[in-house]
Design a protein around this ligand. Structure first.
Ligand SMILES: [Zn+2]
Length: 218
């Protein structure tokens, strides 16, 4: 059984907004530069994602597109060209007010108006998208961070650095045995490109007392 067009449109809109929420949430989560789950960051990410959903409010009527066409635009067009709003059967010379073809009573179709059902429908879609998008985003990052920890553990000296997984390759993860895991970005430290193998932050800035330094000769 084919899925009705209005349902398909709602699924498509939900999927698009889910993807939007996913990208916004993961970006916000990476910009917070925290490693591991943090309730504060989660709440902040949800707030940012909700705010970034606002630009899409003006397309709330998109979920009604099939209804707008099937129940309003097409019937009105048929009515104006003196045809049955339901099936397009010609009304010219007809005596009855009921369509002999499809049985629809011939009255002028009402224009499309935004009502509470539309608003409610769109609000539900946005809430679903926010929930799935942020949950999937947090999950994606947590799994990537877990994989990174495993990589750092298996590294011979416990030192590791690599970009976060898709879609946050612009943000980096670092690990050394003393500081543990750190979240940052490519400009973290002194250079824009992280040296491989990764040099821990304090050494790069000559601030560690035990770090050998050529600038601080005793
Ligand atoms: Zn008809």
């Amino acid at each position: 059984m084919p899925i009705p067009l209005p349902v398909l449109v709602r699924i498509a809109v939900t999927a698009a907004l889910c993807a939007h929420a996913f990208f916004v949430y993961t970006t916000a989560r990476c910009l917070a530069r925290t490693f591991g789950f943090d309730v504060g960051v989660l709440l902040l990410g949800i707030v940012v994602t909700t705010v970034m959903m606002i630009p899409f409010i003006w397309v709330y009527w998109i979920v009604d597109l099939p209804d707008i066409w099937q129940k309003h635009l097409r019937p009105i067009r048929r009515w104006r060209s003196n045809r049955c709003p339901g099936c397009g059967y010609s009304r010219t010379g007809a005596a009855s007010a009921v369509c002999p073809e499809c049985g629809v009573t011939w009255t002028e179709p009402p224009p499309y108006r935004v009502g509470w059902p539309t608003v409610k429908r769109f609000t539900i879609i946005v809430l679903i998208a926010l929930t799935i998008g942020t949950a999937a985003g947090e999950m994606r990052i947590l799994l990537d961070e877990r994989a990174f920890l495993r990589e750092a553990e298996s590294a011979p000296d416990g030192v590791a650095a690599r970009p976060r997984g898709w879609p946050n390759g612009g943000h980096w993860l670092f690990h050394d045995p003393l500081q543990g895991p750190i979240a940052g970005d490519r400009s973290w430290g002194a250079s824009t490109v992280v040296p491989m193998p990764y040099q821990p932050h304090r050494d790069a800035h000559d601030s560690h007392p035990q770090a050998p330094s050529e600038d601080h000769g005793e």
